[in-house]
Design a protein around this ligand. Structure first.
Ligand SMILES: [Zn+2]
Length: 89
């Protein structure tokens, strides 16, 4: 099992565990989707909107490094200065 934790202003600490990781983008999408589903179940509509805006990424590890160490916990970051979506230089 791999553990991923959100490092986020509003959603700090949200954690998921998964059996496999297909790619960095895949895991960023999955933690965001699960967060949105969790918030929707609680009917927290404003937080759902905020969660949808999250642009997530992992900086300190490559996919190969993650796959080679299941015991570690990996933080997924939302800081805008590291955005990988290319909207900010
Ligand atoms: Zn970052």
């Amino acid at each position: 099992m791999y553990t991923f934790i959100l490092s986020s202003m509003r959603f700090q600490g949200y954690t998921i565990t998964v059996d496999d990781v297909l790619s960095i983008d895949d895991i960023c999408r999955r933690i965001k989707d699960e967060l949105i589903v969790s918030l929707e179940q609680l009917n927290l509509q404003i937080l759902v909107q905020e969660a949808r805006q999250l642009k997530l990424h992992i900086h300190d590890y490559t996919l190969v490094e993650i796959l080679s160490n299941e015991q570690n916990q990996y933080y997924i970051c939302e800081c805008p200065s590291h955005s990988t979506n290319g909207e900010e230089e």
